[in-house]
Design a protein around this ligand. Structure first.
Ligand code: CAA
Length: 260
């Protein structure tokens, strides 16, 4: 597919996916959402890609939310459909076999924060800003934000952020556990790529199963989660990667994983 609003660059098995709609602070209209869905789908199937870093073009914004101009014209039925499409995208990212790191370089508001929350973890620039301004527009977060934020930081902090519509600093987002680590704007992307590279050196099936165990387990009882974890652990012992990983340790050499 030809992408109008995305920049996609793959180096050493790591893809940097950049939302590039600077004139509207990279906000998500239907076309951007469709492109992102298509890109993530393709990247998940691409054997040459081991990890993905998602970021925004320019210095000002990661993604400043869903496109308010487009949303302002929607009927109730269309808005429901728009939310479902956004949710399909965030669920797709969450269910990808490959790790996805959000590198939040500026405003991550509304649907932009929801996009970041769909990723496996968030790194951010010290200048980034976070928030759910939706209530100030007379609506609520609609791309999974109420669900994912409350699960990540607990209902109390999520309530304060969502009810107030307040925009918080990167430092506060870090203190609240939304962001794993903060970097200078210059260091953000290199550090995200470095971590992606570190992950890419591990067993790809093991990373995919670890992601599945954590993501699926959050929707299960602890007992079912333990059972699921043990099943995935067992399945990995039928792979070449397990033999290679343990063999390399015992032979004191670096493992060379093939993802089979
Ligand atoms: N949708 C559409 N256009 C947007 C946008 C958005 N979410 N955010 C910014 N833009 C546009 C602005 O309209 C402006 O365009 P023009 O130059 O054509 O006027 C351009 O981007 C630059 O923005 P500003 O001039 O506003 O820049 P600023 O530095 O003064 O302010 C900002 C930056 C605080 C991020 C401000 O742009 C802002 O508040 N944006 C809206 C943020 C927001 O409310 N996001 C949530 C949307 S609702 C949502 O996402 C629902 C959901 O959960 C699915």
């Amino acid at each position: 597919m030809e992408y109008k609003f995305l920049l996609i660059e793959t180096t050493d098995s790591i893809t940097t996916l950049t939302v590039n709609r600077r004139e509207a602070l990279n906000s998500l209209n239907s076309a951007v959402i469709a492109e992102l869905e298509c890109a993530f789908y393709e990247l998940d199937l691409d054997a040459a890609v081991k990890a993905i870093v998602l970021t925004g073009a320019g210095e000002k914004a990661f993604v400043a939310g869903a496109d308010i101009k487009e949303m302002s014209e929607l009927s109730s039925f269309e808005a429901h459909d728009f939310a479902r499409r956004g949710q399909r995208l965030v669920q797709l990212i969450n269910r990808m076999r490959k790790p996805v790191i959000a590198a939040v370089n500026g405003y991550a508001l509304g649907g932009g924060l929801e996009l970041a929350l769909a990723c496996d973890f968030i790194y951010a620039s010290e200048k980034a800003k976070f928030g759910f301004p939706e209530v100030g527009l007379g609506v609520i977060p609609g791309f999974g934000g109420t669900q994912n934020l409350a699960r990540l930081i607990g209902p109390s902090k999520a309530n304060e952020l969502v009810f107030s519509g307040r925009i918080i600093s990167a430092a506060k987002a870090h203190a609240w556990g939304i962001v794993n680590e903060l970097f200078t704007p210059e260091e953000l992307l290199p550090q995200a790529l470095k971590t992606a590279q570190e992950i890419a050196g591990k067993g790809p099936m093991a990373v995919a199963y670890a992601k599945d165990a954590i993501a699926s387990g959050l929707n299960m009882s602890k007992e079912d989660g333990f059972r699921y974890e043990a099943s995935l652990f067992g399945v990995l012992f039928a792979t070449g990667d397990q033999r290679e990983g343990m063999g390399a340790f015992l032979e004191k050499r670096t493992a060379e994983f093939k993802g089979v």
